[in-house]
Design a protein around this ligand. Structure first.
Ligand code: COA
Length: 431
């Protein structure tokens, strides 16, 4: 049978495809732009017909109707990384959190610790060899597809046919659903004074020839703007966004000096503008890999001069970074922060930067705190943290004593809080 006939044979309406889900199944859905809206809409519509179905997904960007506290005995959501759509449900107790490093999620799926019975994923149209690409987010999707009984792909001509190990053969697919609605896009973030100052410090410390991992948000976006005068940067990252695209288009990032995958940009999910998604289409200079490759600290750390840049919510005086919760209440997730902190620590001449404004809530709260608020989830431990950066400077912590760390962190706290932090540090016998 030709690949075209196999494709035609698998074509369904979304409502019919979703009937392949069985009671008790776990459905794995890719991160961010990899989520397939038509399939999630159909699941939402039919949710009351199922029992005990779990949907596992990091960072959902849409708000499907199955996010509904009244129907969780039918379909319930669980997630290792929260965004605006699923945060409230976690705080109210009807959405579940799965603590995990991003790099570990494929392993959890392969070992059955996170079940994968069904996959719903966005895919590109099929090529003449019968391959479809899940190039917006191969991260844990490829492992989930390996394990799943039922693979449902939502084929959209706007999904890039990306390069790298992010392709699935039609014979592995149970059903395809076609949809050509525009992909979700993320507008550029507003960059303020503090973000610009933080980015300036980080930019000064990134050398020519560095390989970069750049996280999500305003500060990482501001850092990219500070790198315009660098030469021969390399990209080995988890998220491929418009900031990185601008470095590639300007010829600032060439990937020439990377030890692993020289000449090629490596990422595990793409999130940004339609220009970014178009850039990925049949472009052999970018490879989309599963996250257990991009975020493996040993593999990523084989690149010399690996520099990772990630945000945090609070840092205590010994350097523990609470980047994902406000006290006990989850805010986001561990994501790849710790993966890349460890990778940068292994890398020859590598550095990791934890970046955060010195205050929150209009200057009323210091984000540099004597101790983390009770219940805070520690994302980067004191033993792994390297540089912490606020708009008041850089605290280099790795290898330093507790006393030196407290002094360095107080020096980059907001001036209004330095006296009380010093007093607290004295009481804690840190200084
Ligand atoms: N006490 C009380 N509130 C605080 C606070 C603190 N110490 N720190 C931050 N907040 C509040 C902010 O005021 C803001 O509230 P608002 O939305 O009402 O204004 C909210 O918490 C979020 O803070 P903000 O600094 O705006 O977060 P962000 O959207 O820039 O995201 C992280 C930053 C830390 C959440 C994000 O970088 C993250 O999830 N990091 C961990 C995972 C990671 O690094 N992954 C790798 C890259 S994908």
């Amino acid at each position: 049978m030709s690949f075209q006939s196999m494709y035609r044979e698998r074509k369904r309406e979304a409502a019919d495809a979703v009937r392949l889900v069985q009671d008790g199944d776990t459905i794995v859905v890719p991160i961010a732009a990899g989520e397939p809206p038509a399939l999630l809409h159909a699941l939402s519509q039919q949710r009351r017909e199922f029992r005990d179905v779990t949907v596992f997904q990091m960072l959902p960007l849409h708000q499907p109707d199955y996010f509904d506290p009244a129907t969780t005995e039918h379909v319930r959501h669980s997630s290792p990384f929260l965004g605006a759509p699923n945060r409230r449900g976690v705080h109210e107790g009807w959405i579940d959190v799965v603590p995990a490093h991003f790099s570990e999620v494929p392993r959890l799926i392969r070992r059955g610790l996170v079940p994968s019975d069904v996959v719903f994923a966005h895919a590109s149209p099929m090529n003449e060899d019968g391959m479809l690409a899940v190039g917006l987010s191969p991260d844990y999707t490829m492992a989930a597809i390996e394990k799943a009984r039922t693979v449902l792909l939502e084929v959209n001509p706007r999904v890039p046919f990306a390069h790298g190990p992010c392709r699935v053969h039609i014979s592995k697919v149970t059903a395809v659903v076609e949809n050509d609605e525009p992909l979700i896009e993320i507008p550029p973030t507003a960059i303020g004074e503090a973000e610009r100052a933080i980015a300036g410090y980080v930019g000064e410390l990134v050398p020519d020839g560095a390989t970069l991992q750049i996280g999500i948000g305003a500060i990482p976006d501001a850092v990219v703007q500070q790198l315009a005068t660098k030469r021969d940067l390399g990209i080995h990252t988890e998220m491929f966004g418009d900031g990185i695209l601008s470095l590639l288009e300007a010829g600032v990032a060439t990937n020439r000096r990377k030890n692993r995958h020289p000449g090629v940009t490596i990422a595990t999910f793409a999130l940004g503008s339609h220009r970014l998604y178009d850039y990925l289409d049949d472009n052999p200079t970018v490879q989309m890999h599963p996250v257990d490759v991009t975020n493996d600290p040993v593999l990523a750390g084989q690149n010399d001069r690996l520099h990772s840049i990630n945000g945090s919510l609070q840092v205590d005086l010994i350097g523990q970074c609470g980047s994902e919760s406000l006290a006990h209440r989850p805010y986001s997730g561990t994501g790849g922060q710790f993966d890349f902190v460890r990778a940068a620590n292994r890398s020859e001449d590598g550095r990791s930067f934890i970046v955060l404004p010195s205050t929150a809530k209009g200057g009323t709260i210091s984000r540099i705190a004597p101790t983390l608020a009770p219940g805070t989830h520690v994302t980067t431990s004191k033993n792994d943290v390297d540089h912490v950066v606020t708009e008041y400077g850089v605290a280099r912590l790795r290898g330093r004593t507790a006393r030196q760390r407290a002094e360095a962190l107080i020096a980059i706290a907001h001036p209004d809080f330095r006296a009380e932090l010093t007093e607290a540090a004295e009481q804690l016998r840190l200084v």
